[in-house]
Design a binder for this molecule. Structure first.
Ligand SMILES: [Zn+2]
Ligand SMILES: [Zn+2]
Length: 349
């Protein structure tokens, strides 16, 4: 099969023929019909993820068709249309049994702990716990766009930030996860402020329901948010992942506000990012982490997609083939893309 292969940290990704994955006893092999290109793939390429062993095939936001089924799998058969959370639980531990597979200590992640979906086929483990059925009405590209950023934004706002109608939500970073957060926060009845360095991303955020936008061009973001909201937002989400954006998100909260950190914060120069903890204490702020969403929580999200309340397909900016993905990956942290890039591995070759 054709796959995007990375031979070493920061090596140029190459499309070449590799062996098809074996079917795990408890898992499936899926023919990849659509897979998102995400900043987390760039982090894997850049060597920021300790799980990755090179040579490596990235890709974790996928949807496709089951083609191989392991002997222990009971609920799935060839031909099923499926997607999967980017964190797959083991299905046996206390966390998985409690419905929290997103923090399973024995988790697998396609594209990190094993070869991912920038390829024609991908293996998925513990299929009965992790696979999510994709209704016929939902296209593969739409389902793939849920897998990481949209589901993450949904859980961050609905389950972790507990956003309620009428509250102010500040979204820092209007890339894939940030724009997802804008759409979801609006659907939850919140009033949204979007912050980004790129005017075109802010224009898209406005189309998706942001009431205000702030161009981060040296502006004091917390001051601007405080003015717009009369004292700060109820919930803030850092969808970028940097010391500056994390601090801006926390400092833009009102007293007793809730911060949700979604953007990854890799330690830089041996130092972990500084977080304004004095404000966290003095104003009784909640600082919450959010890490994907378990398959068991997908039905409520999939229902909102199926009925059109949420329209993740509006975030898809373009569809590319494996060769274009290989060329784009090393530059992806700088690519001025507003919205989601989807790879169709059945194209080209
Ligand atoms: Zn588990
Ligand atoms: Zn992702």
């Amino acid at each position: 099969m054709r796959a995007v292969v990375i031979d070493a940290v920061e090596a140029r990704p190459e499309v070449r023929a590799v062996a098809e994955p074996a079917t795990p006893d408890d898992g499936v092999v899926v023919q990849v019909m659509a897979t998102g290109l995400c900043r987390s793939d760039w982090h894997a390429w850049a060597g920021h993820d300790d799980d990755v062993v090179f040579p490596h095939v990235p890709g974790h936001e996928l949807a496709g068709i089951v083609v191989g089924v392991g002997s222990q799998v009971r609920q799935w058969r060839p031909g099923d249309r499926v997607t999967v959370p980017f964190v797959c639980g083991c299905g046996r531990c206390d966390y998985c049994r409690a419905g929290d597979a997103q923090v399973c200590p024995h988790q697998t992640q396609p594209g990190f702990t094993h070869w991912g979906s920038f390829s024609e086929y991908v293996a998925l483990h513990a299929a009965d716990v992790n696979l999510v059925a994709v209704p016929d009405e939902v296209e593969f590209a739409t389902a793939a766009s849920l897998g990481c950023r949209f589901a993450t934004a949904y859980r961050a706002l609905a389950h972790r930030g507990r956003v309620r109608a009428g509250e102010w939500v500040t979204v820092i970073g209007a890339g894939g996860v940030g724009l997802s957060a804008v759409m979801i926060a609006r659907a939850l009845g919140a009033r949204v402020i979007a912050v980004d360095r790129h005017p075109e991303a802010l224009a898209l955020a406005r189309e998706l329901g942001a009431e205000h936008v702030i161009l981060a061009d040296g502006t004091d973001v917390p001051v601007a948010v405080a003015e717009l909201t009369g004292g700060g937002s109820h919930v803030a989400i850092d969808a970028v992942g940097s010391e500056a954006t994390c601090a801006d998100a926390i400092l833009s909260l009102r007293r007793r506000g809730r911060h949700v950190q979604v953007g990854l914060l890799p330690p830089g120069g041996g130092c972990h990012p500084r977080v304004p903890m004095a404000r966290v204490i003095g104003w009784e702020l909640d600082v919450l982490g959010s890490h994907g969403m378990a398959a068991s929580d997908y039905p409520e999200l999939m229902a909102l997609v199926e009925t059109g309340v949420l329209q993740p397909e509006r975030l898809i900016e373009r569809t590319i083939d494996l060769d274009e993905a290989a060329a784009l990956l090393p530059r992806f942290d700088e690519a001025p893309v507003a919205g989601i890039t989807v790879i169709d591995p059945t194209l080209g070759g």
